[in-house]
Design a protein around this ligand. Structure first.
Ligand SMILES: Nc1ncnc2c1ncn2[C@@H]1O[C@H](COP(=O)(O)OP(=O)(O)OP(=O)(O)O)[C@@H](O)[C@H]1O
Ligand SMILES: [Mg+2]
Length: 250
């Protein structure tokens, strides 16, 4: 293939996947409307049946409850999917990663305590600013924190460390959970891949899209039975635009 026809083929594939993503997004959206009508009617039916006292009405109520909880599950799945399929539009601002990390950790603090997870913070002082979309990064980190917690059903430790590297600011999240075997590791970033009974499998793919949207990188190392380390890296601004590091950077 010549360079030109190769470029054209590449562009055609990009256009095609954008179109498929758009279709999938509108399909998900179209399913949500009738689903919410079904759910509303199930709620009304449950109210009616709750007033009845015959065994038959009680049996019917149990069935309606099952349908309701499955509808809710589908609603959550569609929300997660729409969140994943939506183009990532970033509002980048010079930010100290420590602030973002602290905010998410405060948010999950009581949940972690409840789950018996001890969170150990090692936040580097004098961290240079990086250009990030605060909300998107918080969502990305939250996915990783929840995964870590879910990997430690009996509790454990979660180390949260920020550090500066020559080209980036990095965040390590190290848990003492179940770990991930090599076969599973191959799939964890695939949409809808989950080893959990009620997982949508969109947490890590969404996180990766957000991080890569920042020109950053996400990597993982794991030892089954011992734990897992996820590392996020954000490029220093000087490396992206060739501009000076913002004031306040070390
Ligand atoms: N810290 C971790 N320790 C062990 N396994 C993990 C960890 N993080 C992710 N995994 C594995 O990667 C899989 C995919 O994770 P992902 O967050 O994408 O989906 P999920 O957690 O299963 O579902 P969802 O996040 O949508 O509720 C998980 O099902 C789990 O097997
Ligand atoms: Mg998850």
């Amino acid at each position: 293939m010549t360079a030109n026809s190769h470029d054209a083929e590449h562009q055609r594939l990009i256009d095609q996947s954008v179109e498929i993503a758009r279709l999938a997004g509108s399909l998900a959206h179209e399913i949500k409307n009738p689903l919410s009508v079904i759910l509303m009617n199930m709620d009304l039916l449950a109210e009616d049946l709750a007033e009845g006292s015959t065994p038959r009405e009680r049996r019917a109520l149990t069935k309606v409850s099952t349908v309701r909880s499955q509808c809710k599950r589908l609603q959550n799945l569609l929300d997660d999917f729409l969140n994943f399929a939506r183009a990532v539009k970033l509002e980048l601002k010079p930010t100290n990663l420590n602030d973002v990390v602290s905010e998410v950790l405060d948010f999950v603090d009581s949940q972690m305590q409840e789950a018996g997870v001890e969170v150990i913070r090692h936040l580097a002082s004098d961290l240079p600013s990086v250009l990030v979309d605060r909300q998107k990064i918080q969502a990305a980190i939250l996915n990783l924190l929840l995964n870590a917690q879910q990997a430690m059903p009996e509790g454990g430790q979660l180390w949260v460390r920020t550090r500066e590297t020559p080209q980036s600011v990095a965040l390590d999240l190290i848990d003492t959970g179940s770990g991930i075997d090599d076969e599973t590791l191959l799939h964890i970033f695939e949409p809808f891949y989950s080893t959990k009974a009620s997982g949508s499998g969109l947490g890590l793919p969404t996180t990766r899209r957000i991080i890569e949207g920042h020109n950053g990188a996400i990597s993982v190392q794991s030892k089954p039975g011992h734990g897992t380390q996820f590392t996020l890296e954000f490029p220093l601004p000087a490396r992206i635009g060739g501009s000076e590091r913002p004031a306040g950077g070390a």
